[in-house]
Design a protein around this ligand. Sequence first.
Ligand code: SIN
Length: 582
Amino acid sequence: MSPSGIIIPRRLRAAAPGWTATADVIVVGSGIAGLTTALRLRRRVARVLLVTKTVLDEGSTAWAQGGIAAVMSPDDSPEEHIHDTLVAGVGLCNVEAVRTLVNEGTDAVWDLIAIGADFDRGETGKISLTREGGHHRDRILHAGGDATGREISRALIAALNRVRDDPGIEVIEHALVIDLLSNGDGGVCGVTLHVIGEGQVDGVGAAHAPAVVLATGGLGQIYASTTNPAVATGDGMAAALRAGAELADLEFVQFHPTVLYLGEGSSGQQPLISEAVRGEGAFLVDAEGVRFMQGQHPLADLAPRDIVARAIIARMRETGTDHVYLDCRHLGADFLEQRFPSIVERCRELGFDPATELLPVAPAQHYASGGVRTDLRGRTSLEGLYACGETSCTGVHGANRLASNSLLEGLVFARRIADDLTRRLAAGELPDPSPVEVQSDATEHPALIRGKRRVAVQRAMTAGAGSVRSAASLAATAARLGELAAADDGKKGGPKSWETTNLLHVGQALTLAAALREETRGGHVREDFPDRDDENFLHHTVIRRAADGQLTVATDPVPPENLIGLGLDGSHRTEEHHERLP
Ligand code: SIN
């Protein structure tokens, strides 16, 4: 592990806990990953505590439009879904994790249907399947046209509400997890958290448990514009980083190609135009009406996301514009309104009619392919700590997530985590919690930056560590983040400053990882190293905070065999695959 010179504190500054709670498992987050974990653990362990930062349905899951990918049709096969996932991940996927995802995905989706998720069906009652970028088969289930995440979230919350009176499961909303509690043996045994609107001045408490599952979603708010909701502030990743867990592949940030462009300076959560719209036949054009994806890739407008986003950025640079256009007009008002009701409604609210005019679009941050590193059971490098969904890095996504694989990942790995915890707790493998006081030496010194500095973090990340990076831009971002970290004025914390400091800490780790990867691969685009370099960079970048507080970096090689048969070992990424297209 090489030291980086960047110091991260062990914990955020917060008041001492004024109350305590105990559980067998604490699940943090209420998207598909958190809810599935909690529901599956219920009745298998004595007490599950589910905490969520705002209300149950406010996370990223509910915003997922396109759908959930799974092999559901006899025309499809697990091998093909595995293959498409590995190709999108550009050699950095963990092949075993991808096999697990796909092989267990179909049953997991049927279980989701059994608890009430109502996916769209055709006239014969068969589940309708569509296609998105990088997929060579129709395998995306969707609901309410373009409201898949909302339906999944509704079904899981309804299932939770049916058991809300069960003493084995407790839910606390408006609860922001601040830090992880250590057991003194390098393990995790609970969390400190702040319950907004309850308790006294600051409502800080401590919840103790032999196991904590972080399912807090992504880090989208680290950038000035993102498709992620306001709650996506990297809280779980940051807490894990401060506690010494390994984070991997952070440099691979997915920028969604088609986010409605609302003008310069438009910031925060931006409206997503699902890839499924291109799956149904919409296409990209530049300011002159030229279809620029044709000839760039065999799948043209439905190439994997990183390729489409990069092509858009290149075309914007060539034409001196800040957006391109999505042409959906030929799909017709009736079809668009029926298939994509939420997107059409939102566009019209904002003054754009997809049935009659071109939609201005530009890439914006969408998904963190990396996160807290886990094995196939969701275990992180710290005993008692698990991570799931976008917070985690299971190895499923590699350098670039395949469309609609994220809901599936949350679902499949949540089930695995619940099964692993059930077994380990029954076997007494996880010790009862006995938190130790964190020492107040120089490196443990709690830190915090003010909530009002969030825009400065977002500007620095967007300018230098965003969709296109270079050594110079990353160095400037790292320097600015360092200045912001030094601007700690010692004042007391609150939710906004805790979140902003989380963004800062994850941003520092991400920028470090991005500076070290001197190549372009998947979601990591370096203008100074525009090519993929398998000789030097076929590895994962693993970052952790060492005992002295310093971020350290290690690389974990992936075998060159990872590329064989993917069309990645030759000159063209998807040549071989394209030949199999119908
Ligand atoms: C989309 O609908 O384009 C987004 C789906 C995803 O991110 O997987």
